[in-house]
Design a protein around this ligand. Structure first.
Ligand code: ZN
Length: 515
């Protein structure tokens, strides 16, 4: 899907955007990147950008996407052979050579009578591509993981033992932690996406309580300390599109940017109030509000004040910081960013706060702004200045828990849920997106129902499997007409927290959606 657009974007890689005009091979309707405004003969190379990690991240992105984009070409090739006498063997040989996973035998064997069920084969391949990426993640991500600017040590030096991030479930935010924020995701960084970044306050209170208990038990004593006891940080990430704000903003908030930012800020306040009322004044987690421009991967970092409150109007914009500090030395650029952050802290009017944020929080804001400059240049150099596909382009929907270690822009839409009843808003947004993406092209909607469990807990796997079946059945029931027409394909998978199985398919014989 959208393979041509993707290829066009990939072909433009490595070419700097010159001056204020789009590069020669860019699509004509692509506006120049507002972060990269330079004189003739200059190119966008910022002194604080990590070009080596950028190249490694790009190699990874290209390899992962190839697993998905190659499926359509492979299926077209197989389709042309379906009336050959040795079709099944040849099809399996091609699939193994090109994709490294086999196709369901019964679908191939019946091809001569009913024709090939391309929708089922396509969905089957998307699920296997996802599983392969998850299983190879550790080895494939090793070249760039250590190069990410914000490792657990840096976060602890800013005063945090845990960073709990809730981006919008929109696929364009899927790469927000490793790519956009350049944060290493390990046991200290939790990511739970919700439509519109409207995270579940009760679930977050439970996460906060668990991590605080671990802190009191000494689980984080090995970490360096910034200024005092380590804290829990909650981050909400809303999003907007600078080029097409009315159409390509947050679907959950009907592309109303103001609603997106105010709702996320209000939800952060609710969490702080909830923890303080339950556990006492001073117990609340620190909070940070971040806006992502999904066209450019630039950030608005909303700066907390002395009370820890965030404000929709008090922020620094990293695209501006990038543009303003191009051409400076690294030291000058750092100084400039720090001055801009302090200036924003002192702003008057709608964005006015009370006092300055804690030193550790300021340090984190500066580190995050600097780390994001690398992602801005990543988009400039590897995606021809601006993503060629600025809207939705996800390959599948993941319902349940996020897939471990698979985070890449627009790879999948995540409907984070325990039951369809509770997660129906997220799921409906996802289905709406896939009506535009897959159904319009005649392809089915692939939904991977995925849950994680703690292998230390007796019978946890059985309960996770039962939950997956319940959710699968509820999805098939909710979208019954689509399922009956073969336009909806579900597959269930489980992963263990920590070490253990990764995206293991549950082969349920009565999985109505099959293969
Ligand atoms: Zn959204």
């Amino acid at each position: 899907m959208n393979t041509l657009k993707r290829r066009a974007a990939m072909q433009g890689r490595g070419r700097p955007v010159m001056a204020t005009s789009a590069p020669a091979d860019a699509p004509v309707d692509v506006a120049p990147n507002p972060a990269c405004v330079i004189g003739p003969g200059q190119e966008c190379r910022h002194p604080l950008v990590d070009a080596v990690t950028n190249q490694r991240l790009f190699d990874y992105e290209r390899d992962v996407r190839a697993r998905f984009t190659g499926v359509v070409d492979m299926l077209r090739g197989i389709s042309a052979l379906q009336h050959e006498p040795d079709f099944v063997e040849r099809a399996q040989r091609i699939a193994m050579q090109r994709m490294e996973w086999p196709l369901p035998e019964e679908l191939l064997r019946n091809a001569w009578v009913r024709g090939l069920d391309m929708r089922a084969l396509h969905a089957h391949c998307q699920f296997h591509a996802a599983r392969r990426c998850v299983r190879l993640a550790e080895a494939e991500q090793a070249p760039w993981r250590a190069g990410l600017a914000l490792q657990v040590r840096e976060l602890a030096e800013c005063g945090f033992h845990t960073v709990d991030i809730s981006p919008c479930a929109d696929g364009r935010l899927q790469g927000v932690v490793p790519y956009v924020m350049r944060m290493a995701q390990d046991g200290h960084v939790l990511v739970k996406a919700y439509a519109g970044a409207m995270f579940d306050v009760e679930a977050d209170m439970a996460d906060w309580a668990r991590r605080e208990l671990e802190r009191l038990n000494g689980a984080f004593d090995h970490l360096p300390r910034g200024d005092g006891a380590l804290r829990y940080l909650k981050v909400a990430v809303y999003h907007f599109s600078s080029a097409h704000s009315a159409e390509q903003g947050c679907a959950f908030h009907a592309s109303n940017d103001r609603q997106a930012v105010e709702s996320a800020a209000a939800r952060l306040d609710e969490l702080r109030v909830a923890v303080e009322r339950t556990y006492g004044v001073g117990a609340a987690p620190e909070v940070l509000l971040i806006g992502l421009d999904t066209d450019l991967d630039a950030l608005r970092i909303h700066l907390p004040d002395g009370d820890g409150d965030v404000n929709p109007y008090r922020y620094v914009d990293t695209a501006e910081l990038y543009r303003e500090s191009l051409g400076m030395t690294a030291a000058q650029a750092r100084e400039h960013i720090a001055a801009r952050v302090d200036e924003a802290q002192r702003m008057q009017g709608w964005g006015q706060g009370y006092g300055s944020m804690r030193d550790g929080m300021r340090r984190l804001a500066l580190a995050l702004a600097e780390a994001n400059l690398s992602q801005i240049e990543y988009v400039i150099r590897h995606h021809a200045g601006r993503y060629a596909v600025i809207g939705h382009d996800e390959e599948f929907i993941c319902a349940g828990d996020p897939l471990p270690d698979l985070q890449l822009r627009n790879l999948f839409y995540l409907a984070h849920l325990d039951t369809v009843e509770e997660g129906v808003a997220d799921l409906d947004v996802g289905m709406r997106i896939f009506r535009g993406l897959n159904l319009r092209q005649g392809l089915a909607v692939p939904i991977l129902v995925h849950f994680c469990y703690d292998a230390r807990v007796p019978s946890a796997r059985e309960r996770a499997a039962a939950r997956a079946r319940r959710v699968r059945d509820a999805i098939v029931e909710r979208y019954a007409p689509l399922a009956a027409d073969g336009m909806l394909h579900c597959r269930m998978a489980l992963s263990a927290h920590g070490d253990g199985e990764r995206c293991e398919f549950l082969d349920d014989p009565d999985s109505g959606s099959g293969h």
